[in-house]
Design a protein around this ligand. Sequence first.
Ligand code: F6P
Length: 528
Amino acid sequence: MTNGQAWRPFRLSESEAQMRLEALALEKRDMDVRDAFAQDASRVETLSWDLDGLHVDASKQRWDAEVKDALIALGEEADLSGAIADLFGGVKLNTTEGRAVLHMALRGEDGDGFEVDGQNVLPEVLEVRGRMLDFVDKVHALHAKGEVTDVVNIGIGGSDLGPAMAAKALRRFSCGPQCHFVSNVDGAHVASVLQDLEPQTTMIVVVSKTFTTQETMANAHIAKSWLETGGGTASKQLVAVSTNLEGTRAFGISEDQTFGFENWVGGRYSMWGPVGVCIALSIGSEHFKAFLAGARVVDQHVRHTSLEENVPVLLALLGHWNQNALRFRSHAVLPYAEDLGRLPAYLQQADMESNGKFVGRDGKPVSWNTGAVVWGEPGTNSQHAFFQLLHQGTEIHPVDFVAFKTPTSEHEGMHRMLLANALAQAEALLQGRKAPEGEPHRFFPGNRPSTFFLFDDLSPNSLGMLVALHEHRIFVQGVLWGIASFDQWGVELGKAMANALLPELEGKHNDETCHDPSTASLVKRLVG
Ligand code: F6P
């Protein structure tokens, strides 16, 4: 398959199952989930799933067994099973870039059989993983001697969000140097991180798939000269992760401090391999392997489970129902765990950069909704910020609650408070409340949908599962919506225009450049 040719073209607008769903939507749009619970004693069981220490309860969503069956019929018509087989089979389904999509190989084990162009890629993956984990062990030994106290990950987007989210989420497992993350091209970011660090005991890990990203290269140059002027040794303290080995060499990073990966790993799906080196440096080799193993549990599940029982597929179908039948356009993700504070930001890139597209895989504009607006904040902070709108706003925003049975701190009583709040909010969204006489502002309509994700604990394994669940959910939605989930052409234009504008801000006026009047006026104010 080459550039421009569609992989599995599927148009929802021509799907019989979708037509049936739209008819059902008219019937069920205003269904009252409270009545549905009263009428169907098995509702919780029918609309909940279990997977290796995770319980997902989607019974508070505005759907039922009939809708679920119609969605599964859509999944069959879209041949989701075939699409999943193609994904794992290394088919070049990233057609606009002519690439396979095999991030699952990064968490694979011998015998899993991942091939690209007929070549088994696992030996190389396992070799790089082994080398990376040896490096981690070596740094941990230096850490024990006080020679490496801190590590700074310099990267952005997929080279930052996943590792930063995971390192924070697994704070309790941290056993190595302290990891910091610098991403923004605002110099305040790198300055604020470096100001508290010691150049002689800090390692700088430059993570960039392309090794050309403006933000990352600017931050990397600043960090490199900070190391050198502060008495550090660049050859020992600089590390690179990239697919562009020429670029890493030109930057002056030695080969034994460089970890490569292949272009069949998308940036936002890359933290399972060398891009995740700061996760491994933070939590150690064994915990990192547990993180990969958790994701692999979900890979095996999605690959070998029928659509009816397949949790990421069911979540994707439910998301489609919310987006395209009930027209709920946003999706709030609320982790009731402070340590998962970066999960919403991570998911924004994973979901919106993958599925925020209006041109289909067949090159034609789509006539249905694609990626939802993803947003959220952890724990009860969100209750004191935007829950007002969730409970009484004019629009409905489905919510994912993510909670853990086991406390993530020694303050067990607080954990019970946290869980009570999560359960109460989900229940309040559903139940609502009548207004006291003469006080209409105290009316809670209720019947507002949510899904409750309850894990046994927040561990490397369960975090791996959580992320892989979303990765596969996003993939399946892209298949249904007929879009190419693994490219990101929508980020190109702004980048190119920023590069063109920069010389103007440096005072190099260019007569050829033609701006809209508003931009021209702003440039004039800046350059005087
Ligand atoms: O935001 C666009 C993007 O290309 C992302 O897809 C990617 O994760 C990020 O930039 C960083 O790219 P790189 O790893 O090549 O520096």
